[in-house]
Design a protein around this ligand. Sequence first.
Ligand code: CO8
Length: 260
Amino acid sequence: ALRATLKNKSILSGVAVMHMQNPPVNSLSLGFLTEFCIAVEKLEMDKSCRGLIITSSQPKVFSAGLDIMDMYGKNLEHYKAFWKAVQEMWLKLYTSNMVTIAAINGSSPAGGCLMSLTCDYRIMADNPRYSIGFNETQFSIGVPVWCKEAMTTIVGHRNTELTLQLGLLYNPSDALKIGLVDQLVPEDQVLATATQTMAKWLAIPDHARRIAKSMMRKPTIDKLMSIREADMQQYISFISKDSTQKMLGTYLEMLKKKKG
Ligand code: CO8
């Protein structure tokens, strides 16, 4: 049975560091997302916690995105619970009062990219082997509309259109060029840089910064809230189709074969 472990240890006063640890590739499974959301909620309620750095304990991977096993061969109840957890993860992070920084120390496709997009700032390891973006169309899946909105606010309409239509994954320097990440640093400096950046953000009074954050994000948040149920129905009807299941089965096989 898979379970996530989230280690929180403070490296800067008032800052939590969440090391995602769901081997082998930090896929965002139902169990992991549930635990993740509880952990974020606890930090959110802790008045002494003003900042959150999200990083990975797994080598080479920040997060492989949504766990395909949770989308494959399960019943409707499972699909529903899973999608609710995905929406919840996004909402919790996107609406967070804390300063959130993604310390992207490995590849971050699809849902992994989505998670990092919720953060206030993204720092990525400058290793050309790593990639980040939305590859969904490459295996015949579309992203939800709120994900498109969040991406557009960061890299603009044109880059979002290219990424989403072509299922593009960017190497770190291309990701920096389009603004998908804010900064590249050598791999061993990702966390240290995230900490220094956090110190700068925390020098701004919380109240004013939070007003600015929520003003910028409100339209996208309102959009998901208004279509949450429809988004759920759309997901369930798509994921439970025979053709979608067949395609996911083929993709899973391809991922497993790739190894050998
Ligand atoms: N879910 C489940 N299992 C996964 C996933 C995943 N997302 N990614 C990898 N795995 C498994 C592999 O199958 C492999 O399993 P096994 O050990 O049994 O062979 C194991 O994890 C290790 O994988 P790799 O050998 O590939 O590990 P590498 O370190 O070589 O590569 C990568 C790491 C780059 C992350 C690579 O695994 C990869 O590219 N993974 C796939 C990423 C991907 O395509 N994610 C998309 C998920 S879908 C999503 O997030 C959004 C869907 C939106 C749905 C909207 C519907 C309406």
